[in-house]
Structures are given as structure tokens and as C-alpha cells.
Design a protein around this ligand. Sequence first.
Ligand code: BDP
Length: 698
Amino acid sequence: QNPYDLWLQYDKIEDKTLLDSYKKQVSNVYLNLNSPTGDIIKEEIEKSFKGLLNIEPKFDTKTPNLIISTLDKLDPSLKKKLSKTSNINDEGYVIQHISEKGESKLILSAKTEKGLLYGVFNFIKQIQLHKDLSKLAIVDSPKIQKRVLNHWDNLDRSVERGYAGFSIWDWYLLPELIKQEYIDYARANASIGINGTVLTNVNSNALVLSPRYIQKLKALANVFRPYGIQVYLTARFSAPIETGDLETADPLNAEVKQWWKDKAQEIYAEIPDFGGFLVKANSEGQPGPNNYGRSHVDGANMLAEAVAPYDGIIMWRAFVYSEEKPEDRAKQAYSEFKPFDGKFKDNVLVQVKNGAIDFQPREPFHPLFGAMPDTPLMMEFQITQEYLGGMSHLVFLPKLFEEVLEEDTYTQGEGSTVGKIIDGQLSNKKLTGMAGVANIGTAKNWTGHQFGQANWYGFGRLAWNPETSAESIVKDWLKMTFSNKTDFVDPMSKLLLDSREAVVNYMTPLGLHHIMAAGHHQGPGPWVKDMPRPDWTSVYYHKADENGIGFDRTSSGSNALEQYAPEIQKKYSDPATTPDKYLLWFHHLPWNYKMKSGKTLWYEIAAHYQKGVEQVEDMQKTWQKMQQYVDPQVFKETNMLLDIQLKEAKQWRNACLLYFQQFSKMDLPDLIPEITKDLDYYKSLETPYAPGIRPSWN
Ligand code: BDP
């Protein structure tokens, strides 16, 4: 195993019977594509067969047993035998075993070469997973169109909230130096169906729109194109001013409109398949249309017009919460965006974070999902673990993503899940998308923490099909990355699948949220107050006082609940029927409130913190038994990281319990091991510097 190779480890199959049967089934390959994508397919087949099967496939044979061809070039007699090819879209593919004249053949076909590339990766995966090839009958297409990574990478190569080293984009040496990493990055993304990448931070820099940078961008686009990946940039709304060209960036100003049209033309002349722009406007100090008394619709549509002639899109973020408004931060995006439903141009996707606050270990789904039926909404997940332990905690995020996608919004009756809104099943708009804030950097294993790779992988799988289960993702990833052995896969699946609940338990159980240390968001900071904005503090969110704890978002409080469907309002307005996991998100409750378990709220808070710590201890125990299955270095490093995770889980537990105890004035339950340090000690642990932060923000 080489961590750099991610889930594309092609180690030789040990089971001799299986190996022999594979060798027989795929040794002679028909492949007739003369294109850069065709070359990539050929290389991948060679590489994987050499690694997994130790064979050099023959490509010049008259009797192929593996036929890789686009549908239009496929022999009609073979084509007839394929089932349901009409169901696939332009990125879909068919992998099917057939018998022809008593001979068995594997056919891999698609409408486009891009579809074929995806099919080839899935075919290789079947071998990695030791599947029976004679049973293959896969017909698959992505359910979401724009499957993109968002890099929060700055031009100086620092990465906002990035914990895996520096940015992989070496802007200074581009366009001349094409690093192997760019190619490997594209290959890894293509293997999981990611088809777009936004290269720059949402807190953007207008410089990237300059002619010099467009040349650099072009070089990257040329690398990514044969892998089916489009490049996008973040657009700084004030760019026309910052470049010195104009004195305003007012979206209704004719010169401004023309400026963006010219800019689009300039980019598309170099990069004909440029994807478009991602925009963070009037959010956390970023410029935007509101600066000119214009709306988000005015801003987004102006840019949409500029890229429309080239089939470009605008991904306009709904991550807004104003400094001036006293409204609960959780309500603001909905208040501002819902009235705009149906007003955006067809090539605008409104990009909405999974929850209404900010990438917390757990949040209820964002109320905008389902509330804008006439606007395509793009899901934004965060793969980098800003609020989930950053670089050091093992947390399998697809479990979080799955939970959000499965939530029922009830906006079009029961079963209106977030996933169905995102993939367009419940919207009459065609454009669909999912974005993941990347966790990739210059680290030798790409993601810093080896298990961060699973989150990149899992994001890709869910962007392809939001109904994929976290369980199937975890199994595939473990097998492809490490080993197919049941004694490894079963306990490790459990470890990964439980890891998300562990982090919720030891950081923010029972609906608590945003109580991390200020700035870097890594350790506990329930005491954080007196920041430039109240909604950047912890006390704003937990509202602990002598009467209790939690944010009342029912009608007696901020009434954020009114932004959800009546079914949800009904259930969540009463603490007795609110799921425990969201209890303190929606309610402020007395410390001795009687929980469903019969215990007090204070007891349950403590018990959850303790459970989280114990879950990390269990993770360590499981990992100890895995040494024989994993690379020695990965084994050692993961051990050390789990030690850090355990230490920090205990810090979280102790700090939060001591802090909240000031208000509850209740004894800690016996299940909490004695805490020998005082609260001041835990406050003093707030590290003065942690990587991945943009110092000027919260
Ligand atoms: C917050 C981050 C901040 C980002 C912001 C965003 O703390 O660094 O710039 O989100 O998404 O989570 O724009």
C-alpha cells in the first residue's frame, strides 16, 4: 500500500483461484479509441491489470473477451444483448457479462468516452472488490450533474481551513510546470465521478482573473479535460474595481455588465469548457451586490448572463448572515433567499450549506432545502474538518452527509428528502449540483490524516448518487484501500461508521453547536464571548444560564422552526417529541429536565460526553488489531493520531462539563472519571495558532 495511491491500490490478488479466473476473463481487450481519454483508459487498464492480476493485457487480439467501446461503435449484435442502455445519460455506462456463441464476454459501453472512463474505473473496482465478473450487469449514470470540489485555496498557497499542507496548485510555476500531482488528482477524481473543481477560495482574490492567471488556469484545464473535469473559479464581485478598470461593481451598471462579459469571453477563448464561477457575496465581509443596494438575484443574474453564451454556470452561495440584523443567524439565509425563488436565471445554482449555521458536527438540514422549488439548489458539504477536529480526528463524514440527504423536508409530502431535492427529482429545474469543500493539500497522502481520504472518496460517491449508503461506501473504501479480509473490513466498517457519532458526543451532544474555540474552531471554547460579532461567540449558541441550556428556536424563542414544514414544526416544537439529537438546537431546557431515558438533562449531557470518549477508546482497541492489514507507517501514524483524538475528546468532555457545571450547579454523575484540573486550565489550552485559518475571521 502506498497512501499516495488512495483507493486506487492495485495490489496483486492473493487468492489463486480468483486470480486465475480473472486472468482468463479479461486478458484480451478490445479498445479502439484514439483520443486523450482513450489513452487514459488504456493506461488504467494496463496499470490495474498489471497490479491486480500481474498480466499485460493484449489489445490486438481478434478474439477479445473484454470489449470497451462507445455504444455507437459497438458491434450491433453485441449492442442488442445489452440491457437498458437507453436508460443511461451522457456520463453513464453499462458493464455487462454476456455469452456469445457459447463464449463469455464482458462488455463495457457508454454513450461518451467520459462515460466509458467512469465505467472503466467501476469495472476495475469490481476486481478490487473480488466480485464475480460473470454476474456483472451494471447500468449506472450519475444522478447529479455538477459534482464539484471547492478548494479554499489562496494564491499564496495557504489553504483556508486546510489541514493537509499547502495548496496543490503551484501557481507560481504554472503554466510551465505541470506537476504529476495534477494528473493524479484528476485521475483520482475521475475514478469517483467528480467532474468539476473550483480552484480558488470563496474568499476570493481578483488577481486570478488577470490574463497571466488565465494562462495558468488554462494549463490546468488542459490536464483535467481528458478526465472529464471542468475548472471553475471564484469570482470576486468587486473585481472590475480592483483591476483598476471601473469605479463601480454595481451589477446593474452597463459598464460592469460589459466588463464581466468581456472577462468571460477572454476566459472562454482560452478554455472553451470553463465551468463558470462560484461566488460568495455579501457574506463575512466579501463584496457583493448589496453594496450597491442591489439584490443577490441582480448579482447572480448579471454574472449568469456573462457566461450563458458558453454554457457556463454560476454557483451563488446562500451563506449569508448580516452584521446588522438581530435575527437568529440560523434564520437569515432563508429570510433573505426564499423570496428570490424562481427569480434566478436558468444557469444559476444556489449553493446552500447542509445546515443553517456552519458545518457543525451535527445540524438539522438547512430550511432552504425544499423551500425554493423553482430554484435549483446545490448542496455544499465540507470535506475538510473545520469543526470536526481538523487534521487530527478520525471522522467518517459520509455518515453525516447521508443523514442530511435522508432527512425528510415534507415540502412536497412525505418522502421529500433533501437528497431528492438536490438530485432534481422534486424540482422542475434541470440543473443539479453538489459541492464538497476539499480536504486536499500537499501532504504525501493528500489529506493529512489517512482516513481523510475516505471523506473525499465518500463525497464523490454521494455526489454521483445521493442515495448511496454510507455503509456501502465504507466497505468499498476499506477494501480498495487496505484489504478485502473480513476480519479487517467488518470491525473497521463499524469503527468508521460510529466515528461521526463519537465526535458529536464528545464535542456537541444533544443539539449543542458552535461552542468551539474562536478562530481556529478546533478545541472546546464554550466560554467564548465578546467577539466582534455576537453570532461568532459560543454563548450566543448554547445560552447556558442558571435556568438551563439550549437555543429556543420555537415560537417562544427565535422561531427558526417556522422555516420548516408543518410536520417538522409540530414534532420539534415540543421537546418531548423532538429527537434527542436536535434537542438543544431547538429548545432551552432546565438542567433537571426529564429526558426520554428518565434521567435529567444534566446527566444525559455528561453521559454523552463520556460516551464520546469511550467511543474513541473503542476505536483505539479496534485499530490495535489491524496492524497486519495496513502499511506500517499508516498503522503507526493512525495510532498517534488516535492518541491525540482521545486526549482532545477528554479535553472537550472536561472543559465543557466544568464550564456548564457553573450554571447547572449539579454534581457530575459517577460515570465521569474524576477531573483533576480546573476550568482555567482548560481555557489556557486554547492553542494560539492552528493551521488552516484566515486570521482576520472568526
Ligand atoms: C466558515 C469558515 C470560513 C469560511 C466560511 C465560508 O469559518 O473560513 O470562509 O465558512 O463558508 O465555515 O465562506
